[in-house]
Design a protein around this ligand. Sequence first.
Ligand SMILES: [Zn+2]
Length: 349
Amino acid sequence: MPVTVVARAAAEPTFRNLRFIDIGVNLTDSVFRGYHHGRKKHDDDLDLVLERSRLAGVKSMIITGGSLHESKEALELARTYGFYATIGCHPTRSSQFDKFKGGPSAYLDALDALIEKHLRGKGRVVAVGECGLDYDRTHFADPETQRAHFRSQLGLAKKYHLPLFLHSRAAHADFVKILRDEGFGQDGGKAAGGNGGVVHSFTGTAEEVAELVQMGFHISVNGCSMKTEANLVAVKAIPPGKIMFETDSPWCSMTASHASRPHIDALPQSLRSLYFPPDTKPERFVYGKPVKGRNEPTSIGGVAWVLHRMNEGVAFERIAERAWKNTVEVFGLDELRDTSENALASAST
Ligand SMILES: [Zn+2]
């Protein structure tokens, strides 16, 4: 059942039915187990992170798999918590293909087998990815390596008719060229066996929005997508029917220096305390409080709120609901569809 958030002050508007699906969350990151930069700083508080998220209206999440190993962990967490996962290899980790025992084809086969085994039921794979190109970080994998293994993963999406969970950073021209080459130039690649997908953590231009939308892809926004005024112009250009929200937790926190801040400052207090609860430094960890610098899925409401402010006249609930429906449709999240059967199931729990 959708969460009902009751405003504290009488002067504040009352928001009802706010619900979110965080489509990009790195729950496998050890920072949720208390490790900061590889060193244990505090207790494992993943369960409390998830509890805060529930209070903030986050009903479900898609856990990002950024490598073969991480995809296995993502699936395990997804099964434990009743969420969803992606299976794939991030461009900055694509040299893993070449270093793998048996070579790149064996790595691809291993991803393939993992997908085939987890296509159905609780904690299933709902997208191939995270895959794509990242030319800001070629020190991890050179562009040629990235391109080769981005291309090969597109074959998995076609084979299983799964949507793509895409990453594109400072590489738009090559990114769309490879997608077009592989049959994803229109309608999200449906004619080639593909099933659309989303470009996550979008930081491109309004023109790039137009091109990706025209190719049939959705676009997902997080805190990193709204750092500058130019970013805000771009995210404003995303048609509501193509938008999704994510946090990319523990990354992409919305900070005081971002262009999004004046809009966050306009959040009603009742929502701000849910989306951005007061945090403490890792050294001063208090069980039950968020940790400074570690983003959490609670902040997805803040992301949606800024988009609401960018789309003047469109109610906050409508923007949130639009992203929810887009997400359920693209990833086939049948359990979250608004059917009478699902309403009965949620009423009885
Ligand atoms: Zn990414």
